[in-house]
Design a protein around this ligand. Structure first.
Ligand code: TXA
Ligand code: MG
Length: 321
């Protein structure tokens, strides 16, 4: 178990010593280390059991610092980051040498973001290095949205968990690549495509969902709880004998066939932002409920954060296909 607290000076000290800590962001908790310290970066891959071909996001607190890490920031990227940083947006740009190849898995591009959680922003402003931070979960599992989630799975491998409460957004950042024209969305996330397009016009959405992705990390089966998880529509509830062993994560309306205590509503009012905030917690709760053997779930409307939710549901259900 790691220490869970809000002491930024302790976290800073650990990071300066090359140790790893968990930090809150508005999207999910990150497993953070000094991005300029190769042994810290190596530990991140090890602690997460993450393949070395899957590059890390670099976090910092100002556009001036970002300019030190990347080659030119194109005009459209400027427009986006001026509006949406700090926030759930990661941009991909060509990197300068200052960013170690280890962080980017040897690619000549780097993913950068300024997260909006006040504690982490304060921490970043006190550091003279950026933080490399993937989501603080074992590779392939659901991302953590509360300190306890991090502690349960990685607590014994971390020096400290900075407690920023429950994450407001609940799904990871949207990744937009400005490496080529036109800009491409590589991961659907906490910033809705509609918000991006209202500012910079239409963007290509280029989400990888194969088992051999060309964009690292976008594996088909990801965000997967340990149990069988299936779409409600693909599951024959009539053929079921033991309803007590089936749980459901529904968007708004409970299933008539199942006991209420076996169901989690993502948003009683049909609010997609609320549903995004609750999604990963719901997956964990179902996974931890020992009475439940099969988890059923459903797609939500394909708009706003609904697109990111549906993307995660597709990846979570891919494992049992
Ligand atoms: O919201 C988030 O983005 C969270 C918080 C902690 O900031 N971080 C996060 O990191 O989700 P991670 O490592 O779980 O996901 C980062 C994704 C991976 O799919 C990785 O392949 C992709 O970003 N990525 C990072 N650098 C890249 C690069 N140079 N080229 C292509 N994809 C990259
Ligand atoms: Mg992740």
């Amino acid at each position: 178990m790691a220490t869970i607290g809000q002491d930024i000076s302790v976290v800073k000290k650990h990071l300066e010593e090359g140790k790893l800590v968990a930090v809150p962001t508005e999207t999910v908790y990150g497993l953070a280390g000094n991005a300029f310290n190769e042994s810290a970066v190596t530990s991140i891959f090890k602690v997460k059991n993450r393949p070395s071909f899957d590059p890390l996001i670099v976090h910092t607190n100002s556009i001036e610092k970002v300019e030190m890490f990347v080659e030119e920031i194109p005009e459209l990227a400027h427009q986006l980051i001026n509006r949406y940083w700090p926030g759930p947006l990661t941009i991909l740009l060509r990197k300068k040498k200052l960013i170690p190849d280890l962080v980017t898995s040897g690619l000549d591009t780097v993913a950068v973001r300024i997260p909006s959680h006040p504690l982490t922003l304060e921490l970043l402003s006190q550091l003279d290095f950026p933080l490399a931070a993937p989501s603080a979960n074992p590779f392939g599992y659901v991302s953590p949205t509360q300190p306890k989630h991090v502690d349960d799975q990685l607590g014994d491998k971390l020096s400290y968990i900075l407690d920023g409460g429950a994450c407001e957004v609940g799904v990871e950042s949207t990744i937009v690549s400005f490496v080529d024209e036109p800009p491409r969305v590589l991961r659907l996330g906490g910033l809705a495509i509609e918000q991006i397009e209202s500012l910079i016009g239409s963007v290509k959405v280029n989400i990888h969902s194969s088992s051999k992705p060309s964009a690292p990390g976008m594996l088909k089966s990801h965000y997967a709880p340990g149990k069988s998880i299936e779409l409600i529509n693909d599951f024959d509830l009539n053929a079921t004998h033991d309803f007590s062993a089936i749980g459901a994560i529904v968007f708004q309306d409970l299933l008539k066939e199942l006991p209420t205590k076996n169901q989690i509503q993502l948003s009683a009012t049909g609010d997609l932002n609320e549903a995004a905030k609750n999604l990963f917690l719901a997956l964990r709760q179902m996974d931890e409920n020992t009475k439940i053997h099969t988890i059923l779930t459903e797609f939500v409307p394909e708009e706003g954060l609904g697109r990111a939710i549906n993307d995660r549901i597709k990846r979570a259900t891919a494992q049992t296909k």
